[in-house]
Design a protein around this ligand. Structure first.
Ligand code: AHM
Ligand code: MG
Length: 324
């Protein structure tokens, strides 16, 4: 018999805590929104949803109509749930907060509603990334939002590719599900995924190489032709898709600092942290170049970070090269 993601979460909860169904209801909000997003993406060429929305988001990027739809779907599906205290989205400058008691509103959900937006119009994979934090008993909501990544209680992503795949962790392994469109449910595909210890690919925007600190160029040179043997390169430009391949096949994804963006491009709270949590749970590693991603104490909700993630072996070699 099949196992749906909802059933899986309930089983996991029964294993770990005697918690009520609160957490699975929360995840249910995310899966519902992602099914709405996937339906919209599948019909993107048919309905009038491609192209720019005519506004720029807080990062100064042109917002796509699908970005707006995805954000609204998540805000709607999660906002109505009593256990949500705050929602933090890449698309919104400020957190959306709800006046719910701390007994009720126990969770904060942080998300990138539609990652890889430059790929929307060209029929290439995009995704949704999410991270769930627990509201802290002390301090205000902002302090609860700015917790370091090792405090995440769950994280996951959905990749809208030839099939729609959801990957999540609650700190007890990484599990993947495939949307079965005939029944409208995410069905368990792989439990306890492990990233290969080493892989065949490196993945980076090499057009930036001249702008990277020299150590990163030396590292990629090593992978390219040096003692480390024959790597191949793959770069989609959708973080979710590049990460998903790295999780399954191994290797490394790099977005180093550049002269233009010395603090990195990718966002800590809703891009690097959730994927770092998943990578570590699958036996991989994630680094900002200065240390473990999950140890960074965030200072702002849209903070950026250099982001390198991948198999243990490639990440250890990177650490050695950066330490030289
Ligand atoms: P987005 O959230 O606006 O889509 O930007 C994030 C994306 C990531 O998906 C991807 O890894 C990266 O930007 C690609 O950046 P670049 O085009 O500079 O290589
Ligand atoms: Mg993004």
């Amino acid at each position: 018999m099949i196992t749906t993601v909802q059933q899986h979460i309930q089983q996991q909860q029964a294993d770990i805590t005697a918690a009520s169904g609160t957490f699975s209801l929360l995840l249910g909000g995310i899966t519902l929104a992602s099914k709405m997003i996937e339906a919209k993406i599948r019909s993107a060429g048919l309905s009038d949803v491609l192209g720019a929305f005519g506004q720029t988001n807080v990062q100064g990027e042109a917002q796509q109509k699908l970005d707006v739809f995805a954000n609204e779907a998540l805000l709607h599906c999660l906002g109505v749930r009593d256990m949500v205290a705050a929602l933090v989205s890449e698309e919104d400058e400020e957190p959306v907060t709800f006046a719910r008691s701390s007994e009720n509103g126990k969770y904060i959900v942080v998300f990138d509603p539609l990652d890889g937006s430059s790929n929307i119009d060209v029929n290439v994979n995009v995704g949704t990334i999410f991270s769930i934090l627990k509201r802290q008993p002390e301090g205000d909501l902002d302090a609860s939002i700015l917790q370091p990544g090792f405090k995440q209680v769950a994280a996951g992503y959905v990749v809208y590719g030839p099939s729609t795949v959801l990957v999540y962790t609650t700190g007890n392994g990484v599990h993947s599900f495939t949307l079965d469109p005939t029944i409208g449910a995410f069905v368990l595909t792989t439990e306890r995924m492990q990233m290969p210890q080493q892989g065949p690919y490196y993945s980076t925007n090499e057009a930036n190489a001249a702008q990277w600190p020299a150590e990163y160029r030396s590292y990629v040179d090593l992978l390219r032709g040096g003692s480390e043997g024959a790597y191949s390169s793959r770069y989609i430009g959708s973080l979710v898709a590049d990460f998903h391949r790295t999780l399954l096949k191994g290797g490394i994804f790099l977005y180093p600092p550049t002269a233009k963006q010395p603090g990195g491009k990718l966002r800590l709270l809703y891009e690097a942290n959730p994927l770092a949590f998943i990578a570590e749970q699958a036996g991989g590693k994630a680094s900002s170049g200065a240390g473990r991603i999950l140890d960074i104490k965030p200072e702002g909700i849209h903070q950026r970070t250099p982001f390198m993630v991948g198999s243990a072996r490639e990440m250890e070699l990177l650490e050695q090269v950066l330490a030289r």
